[in-house]
Design a protein around this ligand. Structure first.
Ligand code: MOS
Length: 747
C-alpha cells in the first residue's frame, strides 16, 4: 500500500463522543415503547432463611399495578445453564441460581418479588407495600466467619482454572533459599459501579422477544435468556447500542434480563427493569473479599527459587467462583518451584464475578508487595530484582512469549518517572511535612482468545461509503471507533467514509468483549471481512470487460481512497463507486470469520507493563496522596493511541481506587453489605487523580491475531496498587498488607 496516512495508529476521536456529550446516545433504560410498563425488584432483607409468607394484597390494590410476581406465581425457569465465562460464546449466567423459584433465601438482596406497574413511581410505591416474613437461619457472610470450614475446590472461575497448580518442588525450593519472605494480604470486597446501572427493556411480539439490555455481549444475553426461558436463541433479539460502562458487571448475565422478559410475557406489555444504584451492590456480582499468602524463597542474588501463593475467599452457595488471583502472578517471573492453591468458603452472598483485572490486580498486589520486601531485604534495586527474574518463556508451560516488550517497559517507565532520583532508604525523601515515596511494580494481563469463530460483515455502497458490522456493543472502550479505523485501512477507504454498526444480535455473532479481548478479537473479524470485501471488488473489476483493470492480475491491484489501481501504474484504475454504478449494484458485501490459529497455542500470550507511583504521606494525619503515576505498556499494535491511553489511564486510576479507596464490607451480624451507594463506596474522583503519564510501546506480535493486538482494557490496573503500596513503604518504612490502605493504617 502506498497510502500516506493509514487510519490505524491515529489518535482518532471517538465516533460516539458527540452523541454521548449531547445526550443523543440512547441507553437501554432510555428506550420508550408503546404501552411501556415498569418493574421494580424487591430484594430479601435477610442473608439466610425461608420466606414464610409474602403479603402482596396491599401492593396489588395500589394504583397502576399490573402484577406482583413472587415464587408463588412466577413461571419456573426452563433450564439453568451451567456457569461458563461469557467470552466462551455460550450461555453465561452470573450464577447457577435463578431467583423466585422457591422460598429459600441464600443472600441479602436476592430478588423475592417483582412489581410491575404503569409508571416507575407507582411500581416503586407498590414495592414498598409488600410485606415479606422470614424464618431466619444462621448465615456466613465474611471470610473470618467461614475460615475454619474452607475447602479446596477442584476448579474455580467456572471450571476454567484448576484449584491447585504445581511445578517443581516448592518445599525443596524454599529449603534451598537464602532468603525467605512470608506475608499475608487481605483485600476488601469491591463493587463495579459503572455510571449506567444495569437495565433491560423487554418486549414480546408473538413468540419473538426483543431485549434492550446493558451488556458487554448481546449474544451472551441472548443465549442465557433463551436457555432460561426455554426458547431457541433465534427467538431472542438483543439490542445494546450504548452501554454506560461495565468493568465486568455486565459481562455475565444476571437474573434481571430474564425476569424482565418473564414479566413482559405475564402482563402482555413491554417491561422496563432498571436496577437501582443500591441494587448494583447486590445483583450483579462483586470482587470477593479475599486473603492471600505469599511465600517467596530466593538466593542471595535475588533469583527466585520457590513461590507459594495461597488464596482464601468466600463464594456463594451455588458456585465455586474465585477470581483467578494466582494466574499472572505465577507467570511473570522465572521460578522453578511453584505451588498455587485456592480455598473457598461457602457464604451467604451471590456468586462473585469478573471485576476489572479479575484476579490479576489482587494477585499482583500480593506478589509485587512481597517482591518489594525481597528487594529491600537484599538491598537490590526493585527494577534490578525484577530483571534478574525476567523470563523469556511462560514458566507455566515453557512456551516462548508471542511478544514481550517488558524490559523496554521497565526502561522507559523508569526514565519517564525519574526512578534514578530514588534513594533506596525508606523515609529519605521529604517535602515539608510530607514523606515522599517512589514505588514500582510489574503489570501483566493474559491475551484471551475466543472459543468460537468471530464473525463480521463488511458492505460497500455505490456512493463509496462502507459499513462494517459485528454484534458487539461498545461499552465505553472505543471499539466502534477503532473498528472503523480497521475497516478503513483494510478497504482502502478514508476513515470518514466508513462506519461501524454493532450492539445487535441480528448482526454477525461475536463473543462478549471481556477479558480485554475486544480490540484483538473484533479487529480480527472486521479486518478479515473488510479484506474479503476488498478482494472481492478487485476480482470483480479485473473480470469486468468495461473496467480499466480488466485482465489485470488481482495481486497487482491496490486500493487507496476508494480507488482500485495497478500498484505499478496508478493512473490505470477506477473507483469502487464506478464499478458498482456501472453494474447496477447498490452495494456489495462480504463476510469474514476468524478463530485463533493452532500455532498460537504454542506461545504464551500476555500484555506486559511497568507501573510507577509517587506518593506523599502525612504521618500525623495518616493521609496518603498519589502525586504521580507513570505506566509503560507494550500492548502489541496500538490501533488508536487516544482510546488506548484512555483505557490504560482508567485502569491505573482504578488501581488507585483499589489501593486507597474502594471497599465494601459485610456486616457480620446482619449479613448485609455496609456500602450501598456511591456515598459509602468511594471511587477516585478528579480531586484524587494525580497526573497519569502513559507510554505505549509498540511491539510486533505475529501470533495473537491478524493485526497483532494484545489489548489494553485491564492491564492498566495490574500492579498499580502495588506500586502505590511500595511507594508508601518507601515513604514511611511501613508495609501495609491490606487493600484499601486507609488513614487508620497510616497513623
Ligand atoms: Mo472484564 S472484568 O474481564 O469484563
Amino acid at each position: 500500500m502506498t497510502a500516506t496516512t493509514l487510519a490505524i495508529g491515529q489518535p482518532t476521536d471517538r465516533v460516539d463522543g458527540r452523541h454521548k456529550v449531547t445526550g443523543g446516545a440512547h441507553y437501554s433504560a432510555d428506550v420508550l415503547l408503546v404501552g411501556m410498563t415498569y418493574a421494580v425488584m424487591v430484594g430479601a432483607r435477610v442473608p439466610s432463611g425461608r420466606i414464610t409468607h409474602i403479603d402482596t394484597d396491599e401492593a396489588m390494590q395500589a394504583g397502576g399495578v399490573l402484577a406482583v410476581l413472587t415464587h408463588e406465581n412466577l413461571p419456573g425457569a426452563a433450564a439453568q445453564p451451567p456457569l461458563i465465562p461469557s467470552l466462551a460464546g455460550m450461555p453465561a449466567p452470573g450464577q447457577t441460581f435463578f431467583p423466585l423459584q422457591d422460598e429459600v433465601v441464600h443472600y441479602t438482596g436476592q430478588p423475592v418479588a417483582l412489581v410491575v406497574a404503569d409508571s416507575l413511581e407507582r411500581a416503586q410505591h407498590a414495592a414498598a407495600l409488600i410485606r415479606v416474613s422470614y424464618q431466619e437461619m444462621p448465615a456466613v457472610t465474611t471470610l473470618d466467619q467461614g475460615r475454619d470450614d474452607a475447602y479446596e475446590p477442584e476448579a474455580i472461575f467456572a471450571g476454567f482454572v484448576p484449584g491447585r497448580t504445581e511445578r517443581g518442588d516448592v518445599e525443596a525450593g524454599l529449603a534451598e533459599a537464602d532468603v525467605l519472605v512470608d506475608a499475608t494480604y487481605s483485600f476488601a470486597a469491591n463493587n463495579h459501579n459503572p455510571i449506567e446501572p444495569s437495565a433491560t427493556t423487554a418486549a414480546w411480539d408473538g413468540d419473538q422477544l426483543t431485549l434492550y439490555d446493558a451488556t458487554q455481549g448481546v449474544t451472551a444475553t441472548q443465549l442465557t435468556v433463551a436457555a432460561l426461558l426455554g426458547l431457541t436463541p433465534s427467538k431472542v433479539r438483543v439490542i445494546s447500542h450504548y452501554v454506560g460502562g461495565s468493568f465486568g458487571c455486565k459481562a455475565m448475565i444476571w437474573a434481571h434480563p430474564a425476569l424482565a422478559a418473564l414479566a413482559a410475557r405475564h402482563v402482555g406489555r413491554p417491561v422496563k427493569l432498571s436496577l437501582t444504584r443500591e441494587q448494583m451492590f447486590t445483583s450483579v456480582g462483586h470482587r470477593e473479599e479475599q486473603e492471600q499468602r505469599v511465600t517467596l524463597g530466593a538466593d542471595k542474588k535475588g533469583r527466585l527459587l520457590a513461590l507459594r501463593h495461597h488464596k482464601l475467599s468466600p463464594t456463594s452457595h451455588f458456585d465455586d467462583w474465585a477470581e483467578p488471583s494466582l494466574g499472572v502472578a505465577s507467570q511473570i517471573y522465572a521460578c522453578p518451584n511453584y505451588e498455587g492453591v485456592y480455598r473457598l468458603i461457602r457464604a451467604n452472598t451471590m456468586t462473585p464475578t469478573f471485576m476489572r483485572a479479575p484476579g490479576e490486580a489482587s494477585g499482583m498486589f500480593a506478589l509485587e508487595s512481597t517482591m518489594d520486601d525481597l528487594a529491600h531485604e537484599l538491598g537490590i534495586d526493585p527494577i534490578e530484582l525484577r530483571l534478574r527474574n525476567y523470563t523469556d518463556t511462560d514458566p507455566t508451560t515453557g512456551n516462548p512469549w508471542s511478544s514481550t516488550g517488558l524490559r523496554v517497559c521497565y526502561e522507559r517507565g523508569a526514565e519517564r518517572f525519574g526512578w534514578h532520583r530514588r534513594d533506596p532508604e525508606p523515609r529519605s525523601h521529604r517535602d515539608g511535612n510530607w514523606l515522599i515515596g517512589y514505588g514500582m511494580a510489574t503489570a501483566g494481563y493474559p491475551v484471551y482468545g475466543p472459543n468460537n469463530p468471530q464473525r463480521a460483515r463488511a458492505r460497500l455502497y455505490s456512493d463509496g461509503t462502507a459499513v462494517v458490522q459485528a454484534a458487539t456493543p461498545d461499552f465505553g472502550t472505543g471499539v466502534a471507533t477503532v473498528m472503523t479505523q480497521v475497516a478503513a485501512d483494510a478497504l482502502g477507504l478514508p476513515f470518514e467514509r466508513c462506519r461501524f454498526e454493532g450492539g445487535d444480535t441480528t448482526l454477525p455473532t461475536i463473543a462478549a468483549a471481556v477479558g480485554s479481548s475486544g480490540a484483538g478479537m473484533i479487529s480480527a473479524a472486521v479486518h478479515t471481512a473488510a479484506t474479503n470485501l476488498r478482494d472481492q471488488l478487485i476480482a470483480q473489476a479485473t473480470a469486468d470487460s468495461q473496467s480499466p483493470l480488466h485482465g489485470a492480475d488481482p495481486g497487482t491491484v491496490t486500493v487507496r481512497d476508494g480507488r482500485m489501481m495497478l500498484r505499478d501504474a496508478p493512473e490505470t484504475g477506477e473507483s469502487y463507486g464506478d464499478l458498482l454504478h456501472r453494474n447496477f449494484l447498490p452495494d456489495v458485501e462480504a463476510a469474514g470469520s476468524w478463530s485463533p490459529s493452532a500455532e498460537s497455542t504454542r506461545y504464551g500470550m500476555t500484555t506486559f507493563g511497568a507501573q510507577f507511583a509517587e506518593v506523599a504521606v502525612d504521618p500525623d494525619l495518616g493521609l496518603a496522596r498519589v502525586r504521580r503515576m507513570v505506566g509503560a505498556f507494550a500492548p502489541g499494535r496500538v490501533l488508536n493511541p487516544k482510546t488506548a491511553r484512555s483505557q490504560l489511564m482508567g485502569g491505573m486510576l482504578w488501581g488507585l481506587g483499589q489501593a486507597l479507596l474502594e471497599a465494601n464490607y459485610m456486616d457480620p451480624r446482619r449479613g448485609r453489605w455496609v456500602a450501598s451507594s456511591l456515598g459509602d463506596y468511594l471511587v477516585p474522583v478528579n480531586a484524587d487523580a494525580p497526573e497519569v503519564d502513559i507510554e505505549l510501546i509498540d511491539v510486533e506480535d505475529a501470533f495473537v491475531n491478524p493485526l497483532g493486538v494484545k489489548g489494553v482494557g485491564e492491564v492498566g490496573q495490574v500492579g498499580a496498587a502495588a506500586a502505590i503500596a511500595n511507594a508508601i513503604h518507601h515513604a514511611t518504612g511501613r508495609r501495609i498488607r491490606k487493600l484499601p490502605i486507609t488513614i487508620e493504617d497510616l497513623l
